[in-house]
Design a protein around this ligand. Structure first.
Ligand SMILES: Cc1cc2nc3c(=O)[nH]c(=O)nc-3n(C[C@H](O)[C@H](O)[C@H](O)COP(=O)(O)OP(=O)(O)OC[C@H]3O[C@@H](n4cnc5c(N)ncnc54)[C@H](O)[C@@H]3O)c2cc1C
Length: 400
């Protein structure tokens, strides 16, 4: 028995090996990761690790003892370079060939870089791995000013952390509101107002003409004619899926490796999950690449049950979160499917927002309302009327 080979070494890969053992998979499991470090948590890199006095080390996803006690062979610092689908084996960067019965692609994504028309390659750093984090923190250590290009979740987390460090920070985005891909408009507005009150500056609806670096400082020229200067610039403009290995092996790719609603690629022996994969979503009628940890963990349970031959778990509503200084943002469902939204600002400064398509709730989001979020998330897929009971129970209690 060749067993299962998992290509990748982060949240999705570890979720896959854990789900396989939990589902009772009895055979060999191998995890091959291109990174030298044992799999670690990515979320802190853009959150608490930015405000840390000294650069933080990684927080492992699982202690080393987990892999040995569950008979999972961990190979670090080696890349899966090619897939031989006929021979059911992969080739690693050191030319080793490893066989598989099932192959799970958990290759993740790379940070998207600014286009060559805007700046020379490597002028503006990005943040995806712990190594990127160390480079960025080194630059931030002596910086008095920062420009973050991209007002998505990661860009805002880093910008909020920099403001806390006392660094004058500006966020630039081509979109006309922050977190446009992930947040409902009332949440975007609420979050932006909070950050502005904390001292963060924004240039939204703004195209960048060029970015240059000279004598250790940056000049960012905007299409409006404005010129901004800063000690450090960071691009946080999304990610590109690692799907070229699958593409070279003849598997279908789009924005990621295309997979069925159970993670199967064109090849019945190959599954894909996490940030590298776009799973077919029957409710939306299209493939969707989810770039968050909870969906990767949910997908891992589905793939493990497919491999082991167990009944499929109930499909989970996708969830994500973001911590931006004092803001705890929680999201469930599919905001891009919402045609309109309703929102409830709370006297304690929190916010609840629901996204609707027709009278169906398709997304639920909360800012600093953690105690009702699970009930809110359960509303996804229900009619608008179902929200009444949850919203009234979510009202903060006025002290007697
Ligand atoms: C700074 C930051 C903060 C984030 N914060 C949050 C958050 O708060 N909440 C949330 O839900 N999500 C967050 N995310 C997103 C979340 O981290 C990703 O959704 C998650 O990491 C996806 O896991 P993955 O394993 O699919 O991909 P990745 O984390 O990208 O990992 C892929 C792994 O595969 C390895 N690899 C790639 N190609 C090969 C190959 N050919 N051979 C072997 N190994 C290979 C890579 O080196 C890497 O280790 C954050 C992401 C970042 C970068």
């Amino acid at each position: 028995m060749a067993g299962v080979l998992v290509a990748g070494g982060s949240h999705a890969a570890v979720a896959a090996v854990m789900a396989l053992r939990t589902a009772g998979y009895p055979g060999p499991i191998r995890l091959i990761s291109a990174e030298d470090l044992p799999p670690y948590h990515r979320p802190p890199l853009s959150k608490e690790a930015i405000t840390a006095e000294r650069p933080s080390s990684t927080t492992p996803l699982r202690p080393a003892s987990y892999y040995t006690s569950h008979e999972i062979e961990l190979t670090l610092g080696r890349t899966v370079c090619a897939i031989d689908r006929v021979g059911k084996s992969v080739e690693l960067s050191d030319r080793t060939r490893l066989p598989y019965d099932q192959l799970i692609l958990a290759l993740g994504a790379r940070a998207r870089e600014l286009p060559a028309s805007v700046c020379d390659p490597d002028t503006v750093p990005t943040l995806r791995t712990h190594r990127d984090y160390l480079t960025f923190m080194d630059r931030l250590a002596t910086a008095q000013s920062l420009i973050v290009i991209g007002a998505g979740l990661i860009g805002l987390e880093i910008a909020a952390g920099a403001v806390r460090r006392g660094i004058a920070t500006t966020v630039i985005d081509t979109a006309d509101r922050v977190m446009i891909r992930t947040a409902l408009s009332p949440v975007s507005d609420h979050v932006k107002r909070h950050h502005e009150r904390s001292g963060l500056s924004f240039r939204l609806n703004t195209q960048i003409h060029s970015v240059s670096r000279k004598d250790g400082s940056y000049k960012v020229s905007l299409a409006s004619g404005e010129m901004l200067c800063a000690d450090v610039v960071l691009a946080a403009i999304g990610s590109r899926p690692e799907d070229h290995l699958a593409h070279r092996a003849g598997l279908s790719t789009g924005d990621g490796v295309l997979a069925s609603a159970t993670g199967q690629t064109d090849d019945p022996a190959i599954f894909a999950l996490g940030d590298c994969a776009a799973w077919f979503d029957p409710a939306l009628g299209r493939h969707v690449r989810r770039e968050a940890i909870q969906p990767a963990q949910d997908q891992a349970r589905v793939v493990a049950s497919m491999i082991v031959g167990l009944p499929q778990p109930t499909p989970a509503v996708p969830r994500a979160w973001s911590h931006q200084s004092a803001l705890r943002i929680q999201m469930a469902g599919e905001p891009s499917a919402a045609a309109r939204s309703i929102h409830h600002p709370r006297p304690d400064g929190g916010l609840i927002a629901l996204g609707l398509s027709g009278d169906q709730i398709v997304a639920a989001q909360a800012v600093n309302v953690p105690n009702v979020f699970n009930a809110l998330a359960d509303l996804v897929g229900q009619p608008e009327a179902a929200a009444e009971a949850v919203l009234s129970s979510a009202e903060p209690r006025v002290p007697a």
